[in-house]
Design a protein around this ligand. Sequence first.
Ligand SMILES: CC(C)(COP(=O)(O)OP(=O)(O)OC[C@H]1O[C@@H](n2cnc3c(N)ncnc32)[C@H](O)[C@@H]1OP(=O)(O)O)[C@@H](O)C(=O)NCCC(=O)NCCS
Length: 158
Amino acid sequence: MSVRRAVVADAGELARLRQLSLTCPAVPWTRPREVLDGPWVEECQEAIATMLRDQNAVAAFVVDVGPGHIGACAMGLLLPRLPGPSSGKPFNGDISTVATDLEFRGRGYARAVVTALMDWMVASGCKGISLASSPEGEPLYASLGFAYDDPRMSWRAR
Ligand SMILES: CC(C)(COP(=O)(O)OP(=O)(O)OC[C@H]1O[C@@H](n2cnc3c(N)ncnc32)[C@H](O)[C@@H]1OP(=O)(O)O)[C@@H](O)C(=O)NCCC(=O)NCCS
């Protein structure tokens, strides 16, 4: 298996895998969600292509499993942060869209792409990295040192 950094031409496969990643069970984490096709998938592909053009702020790492077929991916953004007394590092990292195609699970692909993404984020100057885990992803993230960060609050537009 080899891991490579994604390029703009991978946006279609990354959008497909984003759709797959969204099927993970939602709170209360009972059963997989149905994620419908729709214009959002194409919009997502376009958004990913645009984001991947900014190699300094966004990266995705992938494992190829065939011509034009990506078997696993992890995508992440660098979010600027202000210096504070404990760190002057310029970014926090945000990981999203971690998914492995069903037939390629359990081979270490997700670990490989997430680790490559984390290495890139740390080398880019991230103080911390956050993500929203699924139950399927939790053992992987826990083994890589992620822990729940209770005091944070968040807001969602409806
Ligand atoms: C979570 C997911 C990305 C893992 O992909 P994967 O390529 O199978 O993962 P890996 O083979 O790299 O395994 C990573 C770790 O996950 C855990 N894991 C993987 N398969 C497992 C299984 N069948 N049972 C229990 N734990 C398992 C193990 O802790 C494993 O660590 P190891 O390297 O010590 O064995 C994949 O199941 C997936 O795409 N799920 C749907 C989308 C999703 O939930 N994405 C994460 C959202 S944050």
